[in-house]
Design a binder for this molecule. Sequence first.
Ligand SMILES: Cc1ncc(COP(=O)(O)O)c(C=O)c1O
Length: 400
Amino acid sequence: MAFLADALSRVKPSATIAVSQKARELKAQGRDVIGLGAGEPDFDTPDNIKKAAIDAINRGETKYTPVSGIQPLREAISAKFKRENNLDYDWKQTIVGTGGKQILFNALMATLNPGDEVVIPSPYWVSYPEMVALCGGTPAFAETSIDNGFKLTPAALEKAITPKTKWLIMNSPSNPSGAAYTSDELKALADVLLAHPQVWILTDDMYEHLTYGDFKFATIAEIEPKLYDRTLTMNGVSKAYAMTGWRIGYAAGPIELIKAMDMIQGQQTSGACSIAQWAAVEALNGPQDFIGKNKAIFQGRRDLVVSMLNQATGIKCPVPEGAFYVYPSCQELIGKTAPTGKVIATDEDFVSELLEAEGVAVVHGSAFGLGPNFRISYATSETLLEQACERIQRFTASLK
Ligand SMILES: Cc1ncc(COP(=O)(O)O)c(C=O)c1O
């Protein structure tokens, strides 16, 4: 439509939202569908956090807040970075946004000029390349492989950097692969970055609290202090505290960048919801035992799903370190024929035939820039996960 902006032609709709929509439609038609597409914890927000929001309403905390967020929340964020990441950020170096999404978008909006490149390791969270394109930049993909656990290698990073590179986006643990980088792996990437002073690092640590077993989370500015001055450390309460609907994300970084993001946000949404900000203060400052309990539940689910998928014919599923996703390969099934008679030529065919035959909704890997794979979100009950994996086993066994 001629009326719409040219910028719209640079973006595509979210494949993950499309899968959830398709699953909902089939359900509405009476089909028995198990949706494993959603990227949010299935737990409710803890009661102490809900109570803090109710108290805030009763106190009349219902007015506009400063654009970058209320000071108690910014101080809580500063304290969180010190406590959990050994990072010194003054509260004035922090900013609160309406979800991590707004933080990412505004950081890119505040920095990208036409022709600027942003290195994005694939598979990637679907919104990164779209946000970069909307802000006028050019995504530069750096492929990972299943054999190195879907992690960016120093050589692949070096190859992706050009004089036009402005940012590297890191996301550990990753959506969609669940891969998380060890301190040593981050240090090796940091060594490459030290040789390219024009490159800043936007690290999306949204899944920080969801790592399993002995894995120890680390973030790049902590591992290489020489990168502190060109790193934006982003995080949020959505996944760790089951607060996706509250829409609070945050970041900390060099003050000039934070000020630029504040300026954009001031002409856009202004401060995030006042009530949600008070809830986030309680999330960050209050009891943290909720996180440990959830971790244990998620780890049990991860182990169940990985084990059952590896028993499915033609599926290869690595064990991810974190998040609540697995990213198995369906490479061996490409070229086989589904019960409908359709030949499976791509991972997109695989997921649509799986949905058709067995009513299991997952997202195809090509939507995340690396396939043939598919993403399963295991943020749902063990009973449903077990049923879903049994159905996947039956489906893969039925392929000829
Ligand atoms: C990697 C990653 N970053 C950021 C976000 C956005 O988080 P928020 O809900 O706080 O906007 C998500 C949500 O799916 C995500 O998976």
